[in-house]
Structure formats: C-alpha cells, structure tokens
Design a protein around this ligand. Structure first.
Ligand code: GDP
Length: 326
C-alpha cells in the first residue's frame, strides 16, 4: 500500500530514516494547500526535537572551492561520528530550474556516505521563500539526528544575509587573489563573516593566500565585530590538500562554546525565529495575493498602474490590502 503524500512516519524520521526525511522535505516544499497544512502540523511535531545541530553557513564565489572543502571537511566529520546535512540556498535556481549548489556530483565522497545527507536548494520563488523552506528542511534534518548542518550559498542578491540568518556561524571563503580581491567583495559580506578562510593555500597559491589573508585582517579591523565575545579570525586553508580544516572546525566549536556561555547563541536564534515568523507572514500574504489567475491579473494591473503613475502607491496598497480583506 502506498502511503498518502501528506503522511510522514514521525517515528521513522526521528530514528534518522533517510526515506522518511526525504519524504518530509518533499512535503514541506510542496505548494499544495493540503500539503502545506500537513507540513505545518509535521513541523509542530518535530520542533521539540530540533535546535541541536551546529549550524554553519558557507559562502564564496563559484570556483572558490566550496564543494571540495565541504566534501573533505564533511568526510572528516562523519569519520569522527558526526552526521552531516548539506543544504543550499540558491535563489538563481528559481530561474534556471536547478541549483548548482549542494549537488551530489560535486561532493563525490559525501554522496555515498551513509552519514551524510545532501539536498539541493528548493526552487520556490522568492529568496524569502527559498530561505524559509531551507530553514524547515534544516529543522527536519536536526529531528532526524543530523548534528551538523552546512548551508551553502553564492553571493546572489541577498542570499548571504539569508543564510547568515539561518545559521550560527557564517564562514566566508575567499580566493588567494592579492590586492584586487578586496575591491570585488561586497562590504556587507565581510560584516556578516564569523570567519574568513582564504582557500587554495597550497602549491603556488600559498604565498598569495597569505598576502590576501593579511589584507582581510586589516579590512576586518575597521569593521565592528559581530559580537563582543568574537572577533572574526582570518585563516588560510586548502580544501583540496585538507590543510587547516581541523583548525577551522575547532574555530567553529570555539565560537559556539563562547557564544553559548554568554547567552548570545540563544539570543541570536531567538532573533532569527522572530525574523523567520515575519518572513512566513510575508510569504503567506504573497501567496494569498497570487492565489488564482484572476487575482494575479488584478495584482498585475494595480502594479502596472502604480508603475505608470496612473494611481498613487497608497491607492495601490489600498487596493491590494482590500484583496486580502484588510
Ligand atoms: P565551488 O564552485 O566553490 O564549489 O568550487 P569547487 O569545489 O568546485 O572547486 C573549483 C575548482 O577549484 C576545482 O577545479 C577544484 O579542483 C579546485 N579547487 C578546489 N579546492 C581547491 C584547493 O584547496 N586548492 C586548489 N589548488 N584547488 C582547489
């Protein structure tokens, strides 16, 4: 007998059954109204079993070495007995129909590792929508016993901010590019970083990586640190040669320990929860407005009328909120 899609075996999920986990994630990613309701109920039930994992965000331009580093570090972690989930936030996947992040073919070792679970980015519309689904997927993974969650992203739009908002520790990977590097970097990304790791510090890249690290150190000095207890360190690493990854993991644990001791970690997660709530409200309002074809057409007309100066933004907002019954 096939089980209806809206039913997820909670016991199996909590025991870490991958099929039950995959099924639960499919449910929360579904746009169908009955699935959404079932997903909400499921999330309520798993919530007491969440919040246990070390949540790490990883960002860096394509080619910086994210998948190589995650594959190598992740395999070290599973060998030490951890269970690792790799997720992705890739808003561009909405347009291209597929995410290049958290792709099993890019992480050959983790792809066949029974203690690793890789899930590509949901492609559910807005960045807020993608981030909300990723947060829910993270919670399901935690309930299924994954004690380390890595969330990968590239600098598309505000995706770094969204991932920093999902995680406890935000790792920014940089290329060993020397002086020009800094100019291409969004200042906002440095502000989000809990650590900068200049990757590919191996062979010919070693010297350039050290030079780049020195630049980032001075760049960080003029920024306000993210917390009174934590000044983001800058390290050189090589994912490919597995150099510095041990120390990187120890830094993540050190950060966790320090911020847990001061209560900052709990406060950070509570702030994230509040923002998550508003993101959900936002998403639901948008979903209501784009409910059926006629509704979407009315919204489009109002938007057009405002864009062409035919009606004021206030009048437009009045019309749209009237559609919501407000
Ligand atoms: P991603 O796009 O950020 O996931 O980057 P990849 O992990 O796919 O790596 C991009 C390219 O850089 C590949 O050709 C890798 O072999 C190479 N690469 C990744 N990590 C390192 C490293 O630590 N050192 C060197 N020299 N090359 C690396």
């Amino acid at each position: 007998m096939t089980r209806p899609k809206t039913q997820v075996d909670l016991e199996r999920l909590l025991r870490g059954d991958r099929a039950a986990l995959a099924r639960a994630i499919t449910l929360i990613e579904s746009k169908r109204a009955d699935h959404r309701q079932a997903a909400r109920k499921l999330l309520d039930r798993v919530l007491p079993h969440t919040c246990k994992a070390v949540r790490v965000g990883v960002t860096g331009v394509p080619g910086v070495g994210k998948s190589t580093l995650i594959d190598v570090l992740g395999s070290d972690l599973t060998r030490q007995g951890h269970r690792l989930a790799v997720l992705a936030v890739d808003p561009s996947s909405t347009r291209t129909g597929g995410s290049i992040l958290a792709d099993k073919t890019r992480m050959a070792r983790l792809a066949v590792d029974p203690n690793a679970f890789i899930r590509p980015s949901p492609s559910s519309g807005t960045l807020g929508g993608v981030a909300a689904k990723t947060r829910e997927t993270m919670l399901l993974c935690e309930a299924a016993g994954f004690d380390v969650v890595l969330v990968e992203t590239v600098g598309v739009g505000q995706s770094e901010t969204a991932v920093a908002d999902l995680t406890d520790f935000f790792l920014v990977l940089m290329l060993p590019g020397g002086g020009d590097e800094l100019q291409g970097i969004k200042k906002g990304v440095l502000e989000l970083a809990d650590m900068i790791a200049v990757n590919k510090a191996d062979g010919d890249g070693m010297k350039r990586a050290a030079a780049a690290a020195a630049e980032y150190r001075s760049a960080l000095k003029i920024l306000t640190p993210p917390s009174a207890t934590w000044s983001p360190p800058v390290a050189t690493v090589s994912g490919l040669a597995n150099h510095g990854l041990d120390a990187l993991w120890r830094t993540i644990l050190d950060h966790r320990e320090k911020l847990a001791a001061t209560g900052e970690l709990a406060a950070k997660r509570r702030r994230q929860d509040t923002r998550w709530m508003w993101a959900l409200v936002d998403e639901r309002l948008h979903a209501r407005l784009s409910g059926d074809a006629a509704q979407r057409e009315r919204v489009r007309r109002v938007e057009q009328a405002v864009a062409q100066g035919e009606i004021s933004p206030t009048a437009g907002a009045d019309e749209l909120t009237a559609l919501l019954g407000l």
